[in-house]
Design a protein around this ligand. Structure first.
Ligand code: NAP
Length: 258
């Protein structure tokens, strides 16, 4: 399809987050916009998303650039998860090469409250190292990928929270799976920690309200949290906002709705 100055503006949202879904719903209401949300395809049954949806990788930054051209995309919004560093770096490179604007929507990181017992670490490897000196019953909330980082911890038992049941055995010496998709309440999280006699929680500093209750629950029960800090951002060429409302405001202010 082709787009001219008077035709619809085609927006690609790189998604996989609640914020991406909310933004797609808001922008899809605008008659002058055509909204496509892109998902990596990691979740078996993703939540319903307004507008068009495409699924699967693009084949690197060059593949994404080709997609932008082929689909005549006018504006790309990177609303991927703060830990999805590779796609964000591809988005920056592809937008630059294709000569289209890029807006990054990234929720702010969580901040420790006064009574929190957080141990800040870099990456899953850093979390595994920190666990050697922590309790042996662990709530692991870092997702399905990269669990091999914990495979040498033979004296630990992991309660692994996942959205989908794993198809294969996880690379952990001793574990059980708790299926669940946020948002979780404080009561649910306290009950989970108590039911499994958890000593320590491992989390990524994802930010946002949907999965924050585990941190409140850990504080309530005076448990330590091994907090994996966000990957360092690569070169960011576009504008950055922290909320869906700020993204909508930026889009309006920059003339995409007129
Ligand atoms: P990643 O490491 O940054 O990306 C790996 C590859 O997956 C990318 O190079 C790209 O493949 C493909 N990809 C990622 N996001 C995509 C998207 N929205 N649309 C199309 N292709 C995408 O990403 P990740 O950490 O595996 O996360 C995958 C997705 O899950 C992201 O969309 C993210 O928003 C969501 N998510 C991630 C986390 C997390 O903790 N990392 C948590 C919640 C949700 P090609 O190179 O082939 O284009």
């Amino acid at each position: 399809m082709t787009t001219d100055a008077t035709g619809p503006r085609r927006i690609l949202i790189l998604g996989g987050t609640l914020e991406a879904n909310k933004l797609a719903a808001a922008l899809n209401e605008q008659a002058v916009l055509e909204v496509i949300t892109s998902l990596a395809g990691r979740t078996a049954k993703p939540k319903a998303i307004a507008g068009q949806v495409r699924v699967g990788g693009f084949g690197g930054a060059d593949g994404l650039k080709a997609y932008l051209k082929d689909q005549a995309i006018n504006l790309m919004i990177d609303a991927t998860h703060p830990f999805a560093a590779q796609i964000s770096s591809h988005a920056a490179a592809a937008a630059d090469q294709a000569g289209i604007p890029l807006l990054r929507l990234c929720r702010p990181a969580w901040q420790a409250a006064p009574n929190d017992r957080w141990i800040g670490v870099d990456g899953l490897g850093g979390a595994a190292k920190a666990l050697r000196d922590a309790g042996s019953r662990v709530l692991l909330t870092t997702g399905r990928q990269g669990l091999g980082a914990f495979s040498s911890l033979k004296d630990h038992h992991f309660v692994v929270r996942l959205v989908d049941a794993p198809r294969e055995a996880l690379p952990l010496p001793s574990y059980e799976v708790e299926l669940g998709r946020g948002p979780f309440s404080l009561q649910e999280e306290v009950a989970l920690l108590e039911r499994h006699s958890i000593h320590v929680v491992v989390a990524k500093n994802s930010g946002g309200p949907s999965t924050a209750a585990k941190l409140d629950a850990a504080r309530t029960l005076n448990l330590p949290v091994i907090m994996i800090e966000r990957p360092r951002a690569g070169s960011m060429t576009g504008h950055e906002v922290e909320t869906v409302e700020a993204a909508e405001a930026w889009i309006g202010k920059n003339g995409w709705l007129s």
